[in-house]
Design a protein around this ligand. Structure first.
Ligand code: PLP
Length: 452
């Protein structure tokens, strides 16, 4: 840090403050973790300076032999860890991984047949009319994914994201009674909508998804099954999600982030079967800029870590801890979406405390508990204020918390929320953002949180 301080002390201070914040607060954001020192060290070096557009052995730049080594090792670990035919480790983020996957499927299902029909090998060789027809066909494709309020992700065809501008989208939700995914409803929508891509995966669904059934549905309607396992990749790597709940044997293409439950550097990855490998490898320059070799080095280290027996133990503890947190909250009277969890996250409906998600998130932060507000199914407060709080255990499990510790975390959360009341806006009207936390609670809970 002193090296940074010598150049820009404010950045050194911010890094120091961030380390202190992450040490002293309880990190319950379901998509965050603590990468190991080996991962961090692999990321902070001169690989960052290297340009390496293209793929292993086929670069647009000279001098890439060390990048080739790094990328090949990362891909090998990814293939072997997940049992995938092909792995592409260049995506800079989960969004990028999804974009690469979408374009790979579009190329396989729409572009290549169009090139074959026109009797040419490259898009550049199409006549103006052929190209116009292809562009129109690319713009007419459909995607079916989980609705946002059921826990789906913006990149699954929703309008604010580019995926929503690329595809006509329809979504499937969850059963209003149980909050669980209703596979027969997904099947009925798929039969009617006939998507090119059926996408499964989520950011805020606290249960497992049966990917065998999802593939069955995709096959029935001629869709490609894509699974975005960004959130639960660590549970797949750690063999907690196996059989029907492991997406890799069932989906033609799987994307992930590397920084959430997988505990690697910030980045993305695509796994696919051989039929999509060539198209996926065109990610750079198709939609990605130059790869980040330093991040690929860190991905290789994280994937090597995830292949160790200790990682299986870690993944199991993540799930055990989430269950303990869910039980700790329900025994204290809290309402959870679906009534519990069988993965790494818990979705707490805070309307029972008379609060919005925004108020609950802020009050918890004051007390040293870092969470994020999240819509619950059919949320009356919408996506900004919300009625929920999403809680995840990957980070606290890395810090060594056990199920007993999680019960204490549940107690701290309940003690903050039950002593928080909605505030009023400056105008005196009720507000969905302001809140009043009873005197002394923030200090008392933050002290206990720091000791955990
Ligand atoms: N997919 C899912 C399911 C996610 O939850 C997220 C991140 O929250 C992403 C994709 C996007 O990942 P990134 O932030 O790395 O682009």
């Amino acid at each position: 840090l002193d090296v940074v301080r010598g150049v820009e002390p404010r950045i050194a201070d911010a890094i120091g403050a961030e380390i202190e914040d992450q040490r002293s607060s309880l990190k319950l954001i379901a998509s965050e973790n603590y990468a190991s020192p080996a991962v961090l060290a692999a990321m902070g070096n001169w690989f960052s300076d290297k340009y390496a557009e293209g793929t292993i052995g086929r670069r647009f730049y000279a001098g890439c032999r060390n990048v080739d080594t790094v990328e090949a090792i990362a891909a090998e670990h990814a293939r072997e860890l997940f049992g995938a035919q092909h792995a592409y480790v260049q995506p800079h983020s989960g969004i990028d991984a999804n974009l690469v996957a979408f374009w790979a499927v579009l190329a396989q299902r729409v572009e290549l047949p169009a090139l074959a029909e026109a009797g040419v090998r490259q898009v550049n060789d199409l006549t103006e009319e052929d190209w116009e027809r292809l562009r129109k066909a690319l713009g007419e494709q459909r995607m079916l994914g989980m609705s946002l309020d059921a826990g789906g992700h913006l990149t699954h065809g929703f309008r604010p994201n580019i995926s929503g501008k690329m595809f006509h989208q329809r979504s499937y939700g969850t059963d209003p009674e149980t909050g669980l995914l209703d596979y027969e409803a997904v099947r009925a929508t798929a039969r009617e909508f006939r998507p090119l891509i059926l996408i499964a995966g989520y950011s805020a669904y606290p249960r497992r998804v049966n990917f065998r059934i999802m593939r069955e549905i995709a096959d029935e309607v001629g869709a490609t099954l894509m699974v975005d396992m960004a959130h639960f990749a660590g549970l797949v790597a750690g063999k907690v999600l196996t059989g029907d709940f492991d997406p890799v044997p069932h989906a033609q293409i799987v994307t992930t982030t590397t920084h959430k439950s997988l505990r690697g550097p910030r980045g993305g990855m695509v796994l696919c079967d051989d039929s999509l490998a060539d198209q996926v490898d065109r990610g750079c320059p198709m939609v990605l800029g130059g790869p980040l070799p330093h991040v690929m080095a860190a991905k290789a280290v994280a994937l090597a870590e995830a292949r160790q027996p200790e990682f299986r133990d870690y993944a199991q503890r993540v799930v055990d801890n989430a269950r303990a947190l869910a039980e700790g909250l329900t025994t204290r009277g809290a309402r959870l979406v679906t009534g519990g969890t069988d993965n790494h996250l818990v979705l707490l409906d805070v309307s029972g405390y008379g609060l919005t998600g925004r108020q609950a998130e802020s009050a918890l932060l004051d007390a040293g508990i870092v969470t994020n507000r999240n819509a619950v199914p059919r949320d009356p407060n919408g996506a900004w204020y919300t009625s929920g709080i999403r809680l995840g255990t990957p980070a606290l499990t890395t810090r060594g918390l056990t199920t007993d510790g999680m019960d204490e975390v549940a107690e701290l959360i309940d003690s903050v929320l039950s002593r928080t009341t909605p505030g009023t806006a400056k105008s005196g009207k009720p507000s969905k953002a302001t809140y009043v936390l009873a005197d002394g609670v923030a200090k008392e809970v933050a002290g206990r949180a720091a000791d955990l």
